[in-house]
Ligand binder design. Structure first.
Ligand SMILES: [Zn+2]
Length: 420
């Protein structure tokens, strides 16, 4: 466990995260989905923190918060730093939010000092996909991908993304103006790891070098329903038994390949009665790895094994691909700079792959993007027990300040500034 060193600035960051967690759609626990009323309170609170810096917050047409800390010279390009402000239901206080609050802390720590580039804090309106079942609505607007089709997606109440934007007092026709221009130098995101790896390595921080690609599929095993008492074992076509054999194969395949994770997270059986052999078993499969080849091979192997198991048991099996997302590499120059900043902070320059998707993955389509992970105590996230250690937050602030200073004096970054 990290030692409990606390500093004022780290405690302030943690207090602010807890404060934002109080802006919730639910009276018990934190739930703040895309452009829900508590999102406005969240924006107002952040604007209040920014005002002593002379920095104004503005909300773009997709509901993202932006706050520009100017450069030493007018019209200089800007570096974006941020994360998302929406949450899952019954959320913790730090997923996403910490990245926005840390960005504000970095501006405060500059104490009025201006850099050769502007720093733009960004708080994305939607990353989790809770309200519309579609994640990354906020960051999609910044890369010019929030299109007509996405605007017409509906939530459970039948309200479209377009309508939600209008109801928040924003104009969906202005979304194209939210797209980043050539004056965006890159995107940097601090985020909790949301897993147990850094804690197991006793590392407070890490540079993310890639966001793992993922495949999501649905499998349906079809058998024959029959009486659980009168049908002998050798005369059954049991869909659940076939699915169960295949679930074992999923676990074995993933255990046999370093870095591969595969999960059957959902299983539904029909007709679903204690005394009836199942006619149908529907399962989901989620496969992730930093190598797209390794991931697609694993998926092909598991499809083959499902067919082989089904054939041997007198079943049939169908699969349907829901998502196939390639691995997104983070910017090598920024990763190198983060490693250097980690060393200056007294941390090992540990690199890791993110198994979860993040806004940085979307921003990387348009600008150089990089992420810094903070150790997540007990690996717990998407739960009220989610936490961070003040000592790790302090290291993140230190690391962020070193990084800004390095970029300010880096010849390579100056080339990027001059090109923008
Ligand atoms: Zn997040």
């Amino acid at each position: 466990m990290p030692t409990t060193v606390s500093t004022n600035r780290a405690d302030k960051v943690i207090d602010r995260c807890l404060r934002l967690a109080s802006f919730s759609e639910d009276s018990e626990g934190t739930r703040r989905t895309f452009l829900s009323p508590p999102t406005r309170d969240c924006h107002l609170e952040i604007a209040r923190w920014l005002s002593p810096l002379g920095v104004q917050a503005r909300i773009d047409a997709a509901g993202n918060l932006h706050a520009l800390y100017p450069a030493a010279q007018a019209n200089a390009p800007h570096l974006l730093i941020g994360s998302h402000l929406d949450t899952v239901p019954n959320a913790g206080a730090y997923d996403g939010i910490l990245g926005v609050v840390l960005a504000i802390a970095l501006l405060e720590e500059l104490q009025g000092r201006k850099l050769p580039f502007a720093v733009e804090v960004v708080g994305f309106s939607e990353e989790e996909g809770v309200r519309f079942g579609t994640p990354f609505i906020g960051s999609c607007a910044l890369v010019g991908r929030l299109d007509q089709k996405l605007l017409e997606v509906h939530d459970a109440q039948g309200i479209s993304v377009r309508k939600a934007i209008e109801e928040f007092g924003l104009n969906p026709e202005e979304i194209p103006q939210a797209e980043l221009g050539n004056d965006a130098l890159g995107y940097l995101e601090f985020h909790i790891e949301q897993g147990p790896v850094l804690e197991s390595l006793s590392q407070p921080l890490a540079a993310v070098d890639a966001i793992a690609g993922q495949s999501r599929l649905e499998f349906t095993f079809l058998g024959r329903a029959n009486h659980a008492g009168t049908t002998p074992m050798h005369l059954r076509c049991d869909a659940i038994a076939g699915a169960a054999e295949w679930i074992g194969a999923v676990e074995r395949v993933a255990q046999g390949v370093p870095g591969l994770v595969a999960t059957v997270g959902k299983l539904e059986a029909k007709p679903g009665a204690v005394n009836v052999i199942a006619a149908e078993a529907c399962l989901t499969l989620d496969v992730r790895h930093s190598s797209d080849d390794v991931r697609t091979h694993a998926v092909e192997d598991l499809i083959r094994q499902a067919q082989e198991i089904a054939a041997r048991r007198g079943l049939s099996v169908q699969e349907n691909t829901l998502l196939s997302q390639r691995t997104i590499a983070m910017d090598p120059f920024l990763i190198g700079e983060i490693e250097q900043a980690l060393r200056k902070t007294g941390c090992k320059p540990h690199r890791m792959v993110s198994g979860a998707g993040h806004d940085a993955m979307i921003l990387a389509e348009k600008v150089p993007a990089a992420m810094i992970f903070l150790r997540t105590p007990r690996g717990i996230s998407h739960d009220p027990a989610e936490s961070v250690a003040a000592a790790d937050v302090e290291k993140a602030i230190e690391c962020g300040l070193h990084l800004l200073d390095q970029l300010a004096s880096s010849p390579e970054f100056h080339k990027r500034i001059n090109r923008a």
